[in-house]
Ligand binder design. Structure first.
Ligand SMILES: O=c1ccn([C@@H]2O[C@H](COP(=O)(O)O)[C@@H](O)[C@H]2O)c(=O)[nH]1
Length: 284
């Protein structure tokens, strides 16, 4: 039986013109009272994320739970994370799940991270940092059916401290992008993270990597400009981008109507993205 790969799942979503990745970053204090009343943290996290997923599954190209928000709640959070991922995969198997955990260690330790992300949590992809190099990341890269998404140019204000350092005449983030595209991607399962807050750098990265997928956080709460990001990030097919937004979608309403508000916010963002995409003519 052949397994559907992360890239195949994402491409099928792009075919449906869905480019929004909804970040699942639940903060207990920000959850609506209708969700937290009289239930445990595990139940509140699960109910909230399930509400978001049920309301948006036909509009998205991925869900991206960030493990930090779940780990911060201890055992309750970890149980909720596993339940959320399993629920989404059972109900909406067409939508890939990206575990945003920014993993990477020496090779031996990475085997534990791989088992945790892919076999226990059952994510379809995971974010990793490139600092230890290809050799250490081999246990991740060997999982052909999974997406290995490498931090390249992050969205935070201080991202350039190391990522812009020149290696010869090329900034480090471009060296990372080129290495991943030309040397790490032998199984065709790599993607990159580039922040929406740096459209010029995003354009540089796209010019180095062909049609490899780019996960782009920084839309919404971090104020990345959708138009600049789409124009700079789309690939030769008008695809290639997963625009990730968490807080602006999750907390579009603080009331009992949070899921409907999240749907509206997701729909608006997707319409905006599609306004700026090139659509190459098929059979032209
Ligand atoms: O460069 C990066 C890498 C990861 N992130 C993560 O994405 C979301 C963004 O959340 P918003 O609420 O939409 O700002 C969050 O999980 C970050 O840890 C990023 O922002 N930038």
């Amino acid at each position: 039986m052949s397994t559907v790969t992360f890239n195949e799942l994402v491409e099928a979503c792009w075919q449906r013109e869905n480019f929004v990745c909804v970040g699942l970053d639940p903060e207990y204090e920000r959850l609506p009272e209708s969700v937290t009343r009289n239930v445990s943290i595990e139940e509140a996290f699960f109910t909230f994320c399930r509400g978001i997923i049920d309301a948006t599954h036909d509009l998205v190209c991925a869900y991206k739970p960030n493990s930090a928000f779940f780990e911060a709640q201890g055992e309750a959070g970890l149980k909720a994370l596993k339940r959320v991922v399993q629920y989404s995969k059972r109900q909406y198997p067409q939508v890939p799940i990206i575990l945003d955990a920014k993993r990477a260690d020496i090779g031996n330790t990475n085997r534990g991270y791989v088992t945790s992300a892919f076999d226990l949590i059952e994510a379809d992809a995971v974010t990793v940092h490139p600092y230890l190099g290809k050799e250490a990341l081999t246990p991740f890269l060997n999982r052909k059916e999974k997406g290995i998404i490498v931090l390249t140019r992050t969205s935070n204000p201080g991202a350039g401290e190391f990522q812009d350092l020149l290696i010869g005449d090329m900034p480090l983030y471009q060296v990372v992008a080129r290495s991943v595209a030309q040397e790490w991607n032998t199984n065709g399962n790599c993607a990159l993270v580039v922040g929406a807050t740096y459209p010029d750098e995003l354009r540089q990265v796209r010019s180095l990597i062909g049609d490899m997928p780019i996960l782009i956080p920084g839309i919404g709460a971090q104020a990345g400009d959708v138009r600049s990001v789409v124009l700079a990030g789309q690939d030769s097919r008008g695809w290639g981008i997963l625009l990730s937004s968490s807080r602006a979608i999750l907390y579009a309403s603080t009331g009992a109507d949070f899921a409907q508000a999240a749907r509206r916010a997701t729909e608006e963002l997707n319409v905006e993205i599609n306004t700026y995409r090139i659509r190459p003519r098929v059979n032209a």
